[in-house]
Design a protein around this ligand. Structure first.
Ligand code: SAH
Length: 351
């Protein structure tokens, strides 16, 4: 079937409650001019609902130790050749404070899933960061129990990023064989119940994924009322079972961001590192079709090269200070501003 004829496309783009079929149609757009109209509409919706400010979320990958066997991920337990590291709580606090001193108003701490730290050790680091800075603090440590989530929230964490990866249970089992979709979704609802601003999202172009799956991922973000939603391409990672698969498409990832902006409206949506890795202009392009967040990497260079979830990550060897300047320049070049505040959730439900 050919994509919707032009007048129908405009009707489709301008509505405010999208059905699953609408999403599948929009995600299936391939004609250049139609994609351009979709991107322009998404950019206008972004402007209307979240404004022209771009939020920087400085990410620090505190440990690459992981006991899981996610089929796509380069830090999976079986990747024996990868040197493993674990930043000490002191090192985490020092790095986070230095990032906040660079006028980055959100710090994201991310790690693999292993017994690298006790929940209490992490709570201690969170409390110290909170004492030193009023930057927002996002955690992305994967699936833990409710008590740990509560302890970290009480210690001063504001947000939690836990991508659902795919909402299709069959595909989920194939890509995360030792995880359970219902459990992961349960974590997201628990995090919300505790009071975190919650980020979730999918991977675009997973082997065997359909456009309907991606539509369902976006609808799940709507149902969860996620404060942030991220959609990034799959990148085939060496030393994983998916090493020989094709990378996800940048075009489909950008289309997904645009469609997600139409549906999710006031959610934060990042121009993520995976898009920037596959396309040198990926960040700029994403910011022009719906995205309003960039996540520069501030992991100390010594460790960063070993947080190899996928190869050739954008800015993998750049000095954080250089990255900070370069990203700000890119944002200004687009006629946008860099937010001078933490950029908390804009969702009514978060207040
Ligand atoms: N352990 C944490 C953090 C995982 S790494 C957790 O489970 O939430 C952060 C994100 O990197 C993952 O959520 C996944 O979506 C993404 N990722 C990992 N490997 C990838 C790959 N090969 N291609 C694209 N994205 C990948």
């Amino acid at each position: 079937m050919t994509p919707a004829a032009s007048p129908d496309l405009d009707t489709l783009l301008l509505q405010d409650r999208f059905s699953r079929d609408d999403l599948i149609t929009l995600l299936g757009i391939t004609a250049q001019d139609e994609r351009q109209r979709l991107f322009e509409r998404a950019d206008a919706v972004r402007h209307a609902f979240v404004g022209d400010e771009v939020h920087l979320r400085g990410i620090i990958e505190i440990s690459n130790e992981c006991e899981r066997h996610c089929m796509y991920c380069g830090i999976r337990a079986d990747n024996n050749g990868l040197p493993r590291y674990r930043m000490t709580p002191d090192e985490i606090v020092r790095t986070a404070t230095a990032v906040a001193d660079m006028n980055v108003h959100t710090i994201v701490l991310q790690s693999g899933e292993a017994a690298s730290y006790t929940s209490g050790e992490l709570a201690g680091a969170i409390r110290e960061i909170r004492r030193h800075t009023d930057a927002a603090l996002t955690l992305s440590f994967g699936e833990w129990d409710g008590d740990a989530y509560q302890m970290w929230f009480d210690a001063g964490a504001d947000r939690y990023l836990l991508k659902h990866e795919t909402i299709n249970p069959v595909l989920f089992k194939r890509i995360k064989p030792d995880s359970d979709l219902d459990h992961r979704i349960g974590c997201l609802y628990e995090l919300k119940r505790i009071g975190y601003q919650v980020g979730t999202g999918n991977i675009v172009g997973l082997p065997g994924q359909t456009l309907a799956d991606i539509a369902d991922d976006i609808l799940f973000c709507r149902e969860l009322e996620a404060d942030m939603s991220t959609f990034g391409p799959f990148i085939a990672s060496p030393f994983t079972p998916f090493a020989g698969e094709s990378n996800g498409s940048v075009e489909l990832s950008l289309t997904t961001i645009a469609v997600a902006r139409l549906v999710l409206r006031d959610a934060h949506i990042p121009a993520n590192t995976a898009i920037a890795t596959l396309d040198p202009h990926g960040r700029e392009r994403a910011l022009q079709c719906g995205a309003n967040v960039v996540m520069p990497n501030f992991t100390p260079s010594l460790h960063r090269v070993h947080y190899q979830i996928y190869p050739h990550r954008k800015c993998i060897t750049d000095e954080p200070t250089v990255c900070n300047v370069c990203i700000r320049g890119m944002i200004h070049g687009l006629g946008r501003t860099v937010a001078g505040h933490p950029g908390h959730s804009l969702k009514q439900s978060a207040h």
